[in-house]
Design a protein around this ligand. Structure first.
Ligand code: BG6
Length: 488
């Protein structure tokens, strides 16, 4: 059984408390941590939004959201009530002068030394204003922390402006930039697998690895997020952050320790070694896609343009052949792929090893070894090996997985990524949060690609909802004599 070590008492202020992320993820995550006894009784959680409502109405909203988004949790009502007693609501217009922030001031009175955290689950355009108001209202104390949800801007310039503005109030070691993929179980397990086993690391380079694939496929479309998403697209929404962070953890050199800066410095080196993709390469190395109408689970799923309500060139799918120019990875492509409204929700990292130098069992016997790290659903790690098929007569090779499926092996409930990240913020552990220079480096690479798409007039290819993306994505691999790992 995992042991839960309580965190210090805290006051957590959630801006954008009535928004989708807060209700779907943040409050349910806090509830789970509370039920496991990790949140001390004196802690307070203060939801902040512009809507006119009182604490009772807000508690009801949190409760209903928990029932809707976390129905399997099956939590005892009395325990849920215990948690809700710690939740309050303060009506504040984040753009109003600090003098009008009385409700939050009152809610934070008598903090008694609680760790103070401001979680900005709002549009990034409000980040700087909120940080400034917190300073003006005297609420940003020298030890308080700020949490910034992605996206941090929409390009390098806007991201720098946000980091400068927020940084004028909160210094770097009090700034927690969330990338929730870093809180996922398998993602952390990647570091353990690589650096706590003697077996793995000697094989982890161009000497034995042929290529790496990172896929984040979603069944969901953009739904109510059209306004944000259409200005963003898959590259900004998923690749610049989540997928590049996954790539970093596959590719980084061993940090000296688990110290936050040791890890983040190694990630930064990977991002700096990512080869820029310019206009002459976009057609060969990238594919943009957009979903048209199709069938998912037997039901018609609308086209992206129908959801947006007007013609648009925004990509809902992207596939990229990325290259890391350093000694370890030279010549080992990282194929990245993400899309909305695909056939099934599936996120995984596939590390494909080279063929054996000689095939003594005959050409085509067996398949290259693969290490498959499944992030969701069914978190787990599988190592595909070639074995002799049992039985007499001949010698037939069978490819079978060594399976380390977490649910069966460890018999645990998977915590949501936000559960761990929220507790890390209270503890002040920055290891799983992005440092400013990492965000800059990721934007530099993404900006170059966005500019290359723009100058080359690269149009998205249409793919039917419910498919694996445009056929051009398969061709991207096929040109290199490789194929996506898409199990039936
Ligand atoms: C978010 C993106 O950061 O991650 C969403 O903005 C995406 O578009 C989501 O759906 C995916 O997260 P998860 O944890 O469901 O894979």
């Amino acid at each position: 059984m995992a042991e839960f070590i309580p965190v210090p008492p805290f006051d957590l202020v959630v801006f954008g408390a009535t928004g989708d992320l807060s209700l779907r993820k943040l409050f349910p995550s806090l509830l789970h941590r509370f039920l496991d006894g990790q949140i001390p009784q004196q802690s307070r959680i203060i939801g902040v939004a512009r809507s006119e409502m009182d604490t009772d109405a807000f508690r009801k909203m949190v409760h209903e959201a928990h029932l809707k988004f976390d129905p399997k949790a099956n939590i005892d009502e009395a325990k849920c009530d215990e948690f809700l007693k710690r939740v309050e609501y303060a009506r504040v217009d984040a753009t109003a002068p600090a003098a009008e922030w009385g409700a939050l001031n009152a809610a934070l009175a008598n903090g008694n030394g609680n760790v103070r955290i401001f979680y900005l689950s709002t549009a990034p355009s409000l980040f700087v204003t909120i940080a400034q108001r917190l300073a003006e209202a005297g609420l940003a104390t020298p030890t308080s922390r700020i949490v910034l949800e992605k996206p941090i801007g929409r390009d390098l310039a806007s991201s720098r402006a946000i980091n400068d503005g927020v940084g004028a109030v909160f210094d770097e070691h009090r700034t927690f930039r969330i990338d929730h993929y870093l809180g996922k179980e398998t993602v952390q397990n990647l570091l353990v697998l690589r650096f706590a086993n003697m077996l793995v690391e000697p094989l982890w380079s161009r000497a034995t690895i042929d290529h790496v694939q990172i896929t984040v496929a979603e069944e969901l479309g953009v739904e109510s997020r059209v306004e944000y998403y259409d200005k963003s697209g898959a590259l900004r929404d998923m690749v610049q952050n989540h997928i590049l962070q996954l790539l970093c953890l596959v590719a980084l050199e061993s940090p000296n320790s688990m110290d936050a800066d040791a890890i983040r410095t190694e990630k930064l080196k990977v991002l700096s070694a990512l080869r820029r993709i310019d206009a002459k390469d976009v057609a060969a190395k990238t594919v943009r896609g957009q979903y048209k109408a199709g069938l998912i689970g037997g039901a018609r799923a609308p086209a992206y343009v129908e959801e947006v309500g007007k013609p648009t060139r925004t990509e809902t799918f992207v596939a990229i052949k990325a290259e890391v120019d350093n000694w370890r990875w030279a010549g080992v492509p990282f194929y990245l792929r993400t899309g909305k409204r695909m056939g099934a929700r599936r996120s995984e990292i596939v590390v494909q090893f080279k063929d054996t130098p000689v095939q003594i069992f005959g050409a085509g016997a067996g398949a290259p070894n693969r290490l498959v790290l499944r992030l969701q659903p069914d978190e787990g790690v599988r190592l595909w090996l070639n074995m002799k098929e049992p039985g007499p007569g001949g010698l037939r090779i069978k490819t079978a997985p060594l399976d380390l499926s977490f649910a069966e092996e460890f018999n645990v409930r998977y915590p949501d990524a936000y559960e761990r990240l929220l507790m890390d913020i209270v503890r002040g552990n920055l290891s799983l949060f992005m440092r400013r220079d990492e965000v800059d480096a990721a934007w530099k690479w993404a900006d170059a690609l966005l500019a290359a798409w723009e100058t080359s007039g690269h149009e998205p290819f249409l793919y039917p909802a419910g498919s694996n993306g445009p056929t051009q994505s398969a061709l991207l691999m096929d040109r290199d004599g490789r194929a996506w790992w898409d199990p039936e």
